[in-house]
Design a protein around this ligand. Structure first.
Ligand code: GLN
Ligand code: ZN
Length: 794
């Protein structure tokens, strides 16, 4: 039996972000629909040919998207919310982009300070949220109790035929019906989204029937929810859905062709065979449910959950085709191919039909390492992007099909790279390792409890009630970006660049004093990004030039790569802080990004637990905190914007994560004396389920996002009796709208009903980097007025 190579999905933005360019030009009205569609078709054509040439034998179609695959599914099943005025027929681009970005004239999704997604105010764009535990964002289906479905997009069929016309047989990818419903939110009456399943399945059945008619032998049905905690209702929905779609038979009908290939000879089947695709974790307690489903194939993630192979082999029907996700689709490390061959030996020895695949779609990796010509060559040989990962899979398949000797050279290269990672002094720093293993509980404990610190800090800082501050960044204007780009291109020298930044900083400090803010910030003008800025100054980090990964729609991010032990060779922010503080008598906040956030927004080394890497980051930040204190900073903010998004997919693993994440924050923040006030900031609002851990961080002040929910979120803080001070954001910075002072006063009053007034700070809900100065000036002046009004009534 020949072992095949499947890719599950390929990055769609294009090697030079061609899709981004085409989309943004189309949205700006600078090009027409035909141009956009032509670019998209060309990207698909090249991606299919590329995968084939690299040795993939099962190539996906319908993995491409103009915006998002969940939105594509919403279009496919015709679940278009009424507000978009869709009147039936094939969902067109206007409707599609209206759901993605809001209708004409409305602001669309705006990134927050870190390029992460937020709704634009008043924009009727569909809500966007993170795709499982990735940094990719999908558009949330909005379902009503009376929801009806109909086939409203034949994209899957079109793209299958398009590849076929190019001479490439593909396996179309569909987001499975149960995961689709579970990803949705319900609108109106409270009801169970899964109750819509009987109405949804006929649409899937129709799509499958048409794909079979067009010649598709297999489809890839993505059901990532199978690695999540499922209720009995959800498990039953899986049984019902796949029984209904297959008529109860694994092959879906009278199919005949070779089960292991994408062979088109099964065109007579009533529906294609289903490769049920799971990823991002172990099937765990859903395994028995999954193995009883009448599907022809099962894909499992053996990178995140290598240990599940044994149970799967023991329990799976002998004819179940197993797709083994052995190459990491979520990270950028070259694989140790020999180790993988050893690991999957039992599956091959059992005489199973096996497919080799990445753990999940390659969507989450950058496209091609070849373009990274500026990387340190030693670091580069440890890496593998989407193109290299397909090649790795092809080598593995050849080793199985022809014997390891047939690919001895490739295996040796991989083995040498793996060996060099194990010993390279670029990675292993004994001093760092010794420091982080020291088991000294005082390292993660402030000297005194909060109550004691609080009175010391109050006596020192002498702030008024309802103290005002901002979250850190001020507008990153076109001039600032230009100066940074010029400096990068050596068009201006360092002195000129820094002089420019000093002027910006001085202006911002002067303006903050005039506006009447109590605790000032330097504005973060010198920072390209809140993670990159620190990564560039820490050892153990590498940065790429072209390694973009889709975040949402046309938005891409280029995460730093943490490849080695992390150390801080020298202070990173002290000079800027010192300069800014020299301009004012008011307290100037030191401003740092926390270890958990740096970790969660990077590609992280896979040769040690994430918790260990985070601990290294924590010590590096601790050194910076101590240096800021020694330089005279009375207040230091350590942002943990991404702490919540690192939560594991399974509830049972939450506490372990929270424990080490909180411990890392405490290591970073506990090197200071009682008089130094530690702030933290989190730009989200769901705290109820992790509030105890937020409290355990033991920060003196926390600022959070609350403006958009009218302070309802504070209920969590009231219920738990959060001990320290809180700045609930009173100004939603994700919108250009300037809130009036009255509006912010009302929010402050709402906050004061839930929490003691002497616990409250007044601030916007995130950094102001994405805003424009005219908006910021007005909004902050109004905010200060609201704080003064609150003081007057206090
Ligand atoms: N200090 C950062 C800023 O103001 C925080 C950004 C964030 O939380 N995303 O830009
Ligand atoms: Zn924020």
């Amino acid at each position: 039996m020949t072992v095949n190579v499947a890719t599950l999905g390929f990055p769609r933005i294009g090697p030079r972000r061609e899709l981004k360019t085409a989309l943004e030009s189309y949205w700006a009205g600078k090009s027409d629909q035909a141009a956009l569609l032509a670019t998209a078709a060309e990207l698909r054509r090249k991606a299919w040919a590329r995968q084939r040439d690299l040795g993939a034998t099962i190539i996906p179609s319908n993995d491409f998207s103009l915006y998002d695959q969940v939105l594509d599914t919403t279009a496919m099943v015709g679940a278009i919310p009424a507000i978009y005025g869709w009147t039936g027929g094939e969902v067109g681009l206007d409707t599609y982009f209206a759901m993605a970005r809001g209708a004409q004239g409305q602001p669309g999704h705006e990134g927050c300070a870190h390029g992460h997604a937020h709704d634009g105010e008043g924009a009727p764009a569909a809500e966007m949220t993170k795709w499982f535990d990735t940094n990719y964002h999908y558009l949330v289906p909005e379902l009503t109790a009376g929801q009806s479905f109909r086939l409203a997009s034949t994209k899957a069929l079109r793209e299958y035929r398009e590849a076929k016309a190019q001479g490439i047989e593909t396996r179309p990818v569909l987001l499975g019906p149960v995961s689709y419903l579970l990803l949705g939110k319900t609108r109106g009456a409270d009801f169970e989204p899964l109750s819509l399943l009987p109405r949804l399945l006929p649409i899937y059945a129709e799509v499958l029937r048409r794909l079979a008619e067009a010649g598709a032998a297999w489809v890839q049905m993505d059901e990532p929810y199978l690695v999540m905690d499922l209720t009995d209702t959800a498990r039953a929905a899986y049984r019902d859905a796949y029984a209904a779609l297959t008529g109860g038979t694994p092959t879906g009908g009278a199919s005949t062709g070779d089960a292991s290939t994408g062979d088109a000879s099964t065109g007579d089947a009533s529906i294609p065979r289903i490769m049920l695709t799971t990823y991002f974790g172990a099937l765990g307690d859903n395994l028995a449910t999954v193995l009883a489903l009448p599907v022809a194939g099962l894909h499992v993630d053996l990178v995140r959950a290598p240990d599940q192979l044994g149970a799967i082999l023991a329990g799976a029907r002998p004819d179940l085709v197993l797709s083994l996700g052995v190459i990491d689709g979520r990270n950028i490390w070259a694989a140790d191919l020999n180790a993988i061959l050893d690991r999957i030996q039992p599956a091959v020895a059992a005489g199973r039909t096996v497919v080799l695949a990445p753990s999940c779609s390659l969507l989450h990796t950058p496209i091609d390492l070849e373009r990274e010509t500026d990387l340190d060559p030693e670091v580069r040989r440890w890496l593998s992007f989407a193109v290299q990962k397909v090649a790795e899979l092809a080598v593995l398949a050849r080793a199985l099909n022809e014997g390891r000797d047939a690919v001895r050279a490739e295996l040796d290269v991989a083995a040498a790279a793996a060996a060099s990672r194990r010993i390279s002094p670029k990675i292993h720093n004994p001093a760092v390792q010794a420091r982080i293993t020291a088991d000294d509980p005082s390292l993660s404990r402030r000297t005194s409890p909060f109550e004691v610190r609080r009175s010391i800090q109050r006596a020192k800082l002498k702030l008024p009630p309802y103290p005002t501050t901002t979250i850190g960044s001020f507008p990153q204007t076109a001039e600032i970006r230009k100066a940074r780009a010029d400096y990068g291109k050596h068009a201006i020298d360092l002195a000129t660049y820094e002089g420019f930044l000093r002027d910006e900083t001085a202006r911002a400090v002067r303006w903050q004093e005039e506006a009447g803010l109590d605790v000032l910030v330097h504005g973060e003008f010198e920072r390209n990004d809140m993670v990159q800025y620190f990564g560039e100054q820490l050892s153990g980090f590498a940065f790429t030039s072209h390694a973009w990964v889709q975040s949402y729609g046309s938005r891409c991010v280029r995460p730093p790569i943490i490849y080695g032990d992390v150390a801080r060779p020298r202070p990173m922010t002290v000079e800027w802080w010192r300069y800014a503080q020299s301009l004012t008598k008011r307290p100037m906040k030191g401003m740092l990004t926390g270890p958990v956030t740096i970790l969660n927004w990077s590609f992280v080394r896979d040769d040690q637990p994430r918790s260990v890497t985070c601990r290294q980051l924590a010590f590096a930040i601790r050194d910076e905190v101590t240096d800021l204190e020694n330089a005279g900073a009375a207040i230091i903010q350590i942002d943990e914007a991404a702490l919540r998004e690192g939560l594991p997919l399974r509830h049972g693993e939450w506490q372990a994560y929270l424990d080490w994440a909180v411990a890392c924050f405490r290591i970073a923040s506990s090197g200071v004396g009682d008089a130094t006030q530690i702030h933290t900031h989190m730009c989200y609002s769901e705290f109820n389920d992790i509030i105890a851990s937020i409290g355990a961080m033991d920060a003196d002040v926390i600022s959070i996002e609350t403006a958009r929910s009218q302070m309802e979120l504070l209920d969590a803080f009231a219920g738990y009796r959060y001990p320290a001070e809180i700045g609930p954001g009173v100004y939603d910075i994700h919108s250009p709208r300037v809130p009036a002072a009255d509006e912010m006063s009302a929010l402050l009053k709402a906050a004061a009903r839930r929490l003691p007034a002497d616990q409250l700070w007044v601030n916007p809900d995130c950094g102001l980097k994405t805003r424009k100065w005219p908006e910021v000036r007005l909004a902050i002046e109004n905010m200060v007025a609201a704080a003064q009004a609150a003081r007057a009534c206090a």
